[in-house]
Design a protein around this ligand. Structure first.
Ligand code: 5GP
Length: 144
């Protein structure tokens, strides 16, 4: 059971409903992927389940499975788009674990040796940069 009850007006629920904008890179029936607005590294992308659920323990297994399969697909595209040596996948459950948005999501973080991650959810990137990065990921997804 989650320590945090699900809030249907959390920011990611609003993005799913189209009430808040996002730099989207991928969408299907069960999942949505978009650029993190406060990237810890260029190319930091989020994959969310469309089903409501604050964290992995609140979400039905089917929705969680869809989210991790989309994460794999989008992570491959992010790796290619940002010419990354490796890709870190992160998923936080509960504020004690550092979670700040209480709607299930996976972080995709392209990594290169010697380049440290920035602080979590700290510094907003500008819209032009995020759109350019989203375009790179979309192009990599289109290339398969
Ligand atoms: P968490 O701390 O819950 O694991 O991660 C939440 C992530 O959402 C953070 O990395 C933060 O930068 C990002 N974030 C917070 N608000 C917004 C927003 O309005 N739009 C987008 N695209 N990302 C957001």
């Amino acid at each position: 059971m989650s320590a945090q009850p699900y809030d249907p007006d959390n920011i990611f629920a609003k993005i799913i409903r189209g009430e808040m904008p996002a730099f989207k890179v991928y969408e299907d029936e069960h999942t949505l992927a978009f650029m993190d607005i406060m990237p810890q590294v260029p190319g930091h992308t989020l994959v969310i389940a469309k089903a409501p659920g604050a964290d992995m323990f609140e979400l039905a297994d089917e929705a969680l499975q869809a989210a991790i399969v989309t994460t794999k697909k989008v992570a491959a595209a992010v790796k290619q788009a940002f010419d990354a040596q490796g890709v870190m996948i992160a998923q936080l459950n509960g504020s004690a674990a550092g979670q700040t948005v209480f709607h299930l999501h996976f972080h995709i973080l392209p990594r290169n040796a010697g380049i440290e991650l920035g602080f979590h959810a700290r510094e907003m990137a500008d819209a032009e940069t995020l759109e350019a990065h989203a375009a790179r990921v979309r192009a990599a997804l289109a290339n398969g």
